[in-house]
Design a binder for this molecule. Sequence first.
Ligand code: G3P
Length: 236
Amino acid sequence: MSLKFIKNYSIMPIIPPQNVAMKLFLDTANLDQVREIASWGILDGVTTNPSLVAKEEGADFKETVMAMCGLVNEVSAQVTGETFEEMKVQAEQYSSWHKNVVVKVPMTVEGLKTLNYCTSKGIHTNTTLVFSVSQAIMAAKSGATMISPFVGRLDDLGEDGMDLIADIMKAWEHYKFDTQVLVASVRNLDHVTRAATLGAHISTIPYKVFKVLPQHDLTDKGLKKFMEDWESVQSK
Ligand code: G3P
């Protein structure tokens, strides 16, 4: 090995990672589920929506959201108004609850007006029900903090929902939007894997799928063998 090579090698900079890893959100309105997954130490956020909230009978929405904000950095709470005026009031109300609240706004014209308003007020937003690149671009131009393309619901129609994520990520390469792409309506492990390989910024994952993420048959088999071998050493 030449001295020159060693010299060059010794001054080679450590290349920093291109980006932080994809953020992992839990898609739920159930506080116990958030407590459990947050205890793993890798949960970045939670997304709720009116349908998920409806499943948690008797739970107070504001209390649930605030408790979740104590566990993770970003909690999406969806407005239910239909007009800009209605959504604006709710956006102000939700964002006053806790600094970790992200106001979830539907991808409608009234929603775009709300997104622009929230951007001007420094309120973080998540644009929900995104099904096309044109919708994604309009939400990004409105300054949305994140957009939620629903992949599972496109799969339900016989399309490949992840194609939409690929197209949006391609558009983002050209325009360098700050808006984060949050893969929503995730139904299986493959959605999460493909979201990561496409460089999506966030995946929001239902509890059942989240529980599958740390698992692999070969990990279980390998660990069983290690333990058996360790036992045999102890008994000698
Ligand atoms: O985050 C959006 C998600 O909750 C929608 O999922 O399964 O109802 O399409 P799904």
